[in-house]
Structure formats: structure tokens, C-alpha cells
Design a protein around this ligand. Structure first.
Ligand code: GLN
Length: 194
């Protein structure tokens, strides 16, 4: 497998590096453009998307990241990473921008205060028969899915929490804190195929 990166400006990038390495990938943290140039795929971790956006600008990574996404680099975003990949967010504060690429709208902190962290099992036929145990932490929800997108998973209330479009993959939840790495495997398959 070609080298892959994890955007390491903020958030739980260490967990993703460990998962990718456990799957046999050559995985490195990405903080500069020169490091981005050397990876064939990227994971954008969970964290705080408003902060991640600011740091992307500060580190001069926003335009290079947008360029690589437009050029078809496989990217997997979890939680704040999914927000970064969304073309539209409903509640941008402080001039927050995303990188975009996924033709969806994302609502940040969609599950409110009371229920802002929870776990549930999701059926995701594309990943096989065993349900995926999904951990949600102040998670976003996906709506207004464009024509080219596929909803991979939804909660019982219908809200979409995993989405795919071409080489872009996003989940509202955090597989990197469980021991089920099927989403990371799917990402690495995309990288090998790209
Ligand atoms: N609520 C966070 C945000 O808006 C995301 C939380 C997470 O990544 N676990 O960026």
C-alpha cells in the first residue's frame, strides 16, 4: 500500500495512526504541505472543526488540501473530519469554512447536549453482515445528500451518519476508538485502487 497520512493539526490523529499501522499501512502525520505531497490518501480525524479550519489556514494547508481532494485523493473523515469534507454546514460560526468535496450538508453537534455522546450498533450492508458498533461524540449528522453520494448508514430516526462519494468517505462516529477497522480498510482499498 502507498504511504497514507493523517491530518495532525488537532484532534485524535494518534488513534488513527495506530489503526492504520495495525492494518499494515505506512501511515504518517501530516502538518505541512511537503508532507501532504508525499501521501496517497488522508484521514481527517475527529476533534473540533472550527479549530481545525483555523489551523489549516495558519499552516497553509487549506488550498493544497482542496486541490488534492479535487484531484481525487482518497480521504476518510471522522466526525470533525466529516464536517471538514462537507460542501455545506448549517451552523458555521466565526467564518468557519470547510474543505468540501462531499456534496452534503452537515449539521454540527446535531444530537444536542443531553444526548451528545452515545453508542449504538449500525447495520451497514456494504461492510458485511456484522453490525458496526458506532461511538458518537458531539457528533454531526448528514442531510441533503447530492446525486453522486451514497448514504452508508442511518440511525433509526433516519438521520444519515455515514456517507460516501467517489474516493471520499465520512462517518459521524469514531471507529478509531473501537476495534472494528472496516472503515479504515475501505479507505485503504480506495488508496490501493487510486
Ligand atoms: N463537535 C465537533 C465539531 O464541531 C466534532 C466532534 C468530534 O469530532 N468528536 O467539530
Amino acid at each position: 500500500t502507498p504511504r497514507v497520512g493523517v491530518l495532525a493539526l488537532q484532534g485524535d490523529f494518534r488513534e488513527h495512526l495506530l489503526v492504520l499501522r495495525e492494518l499494515g499501512a505506512d501511515a504518517v502525520p501530516v502538518r505541512r504541505e511537503s508532507e501532504l505531497d508525499q501521501v496517497a490518501g488522508l484521514v481527517i480525524p475527529g476533534g473540533e472543526s472550527t479549530v481545525m479550519d483555523k489551523l489549516c489556514r495558519l499552516y497553509g494547508l487549506r488550498d493544497p488540501l482542496r486541490g488534492r481532494i479535487a484531484a481525487g485523493m482518497p480521504v476518510y473523515g471522522t466526525c470533525a473530519g466529516l464536517i471538514m469534507l462537507a460542501d455545506r454546514i448549517t451552523d458555521a460560526i466565526d467564518g468557519q469554512e470547510t474543505l468540501g468535496g462531499l456534496d452534503v450538508t452537515v449539521q454540527r453537534n446535531a444530537f444536542g447536549n443531553q444526548n451528545d455522546s452515545f453508542e449504538t450498533d449500525l447495520d451497514i450492508p456494504e461492510l458485511g453482515e456484522a453490525p458496526v458498533h458506532a461511538v458518537f461524540i458531539r457528533a454531526p449528522a448528514v442531510s441533503d445528500l447530492g446525486d453522486g453520494t451514497t448514504a452508508l448508514a442511518a440511525l433509526e430516526d433516519g438521520r444519515v451518519v455515514a456517507v460516501e462519494q467517489g474516493n471520499l468517505l465520512g462517518t459521524s462516529f469514531h471507529p478509531e476508538v473501537t476495534d472494528d477497522y472496516r472503515f479504515h480498510e475501505r479507505f485503504l482499498e480506495r488508496v490501493r485502487a487510486a
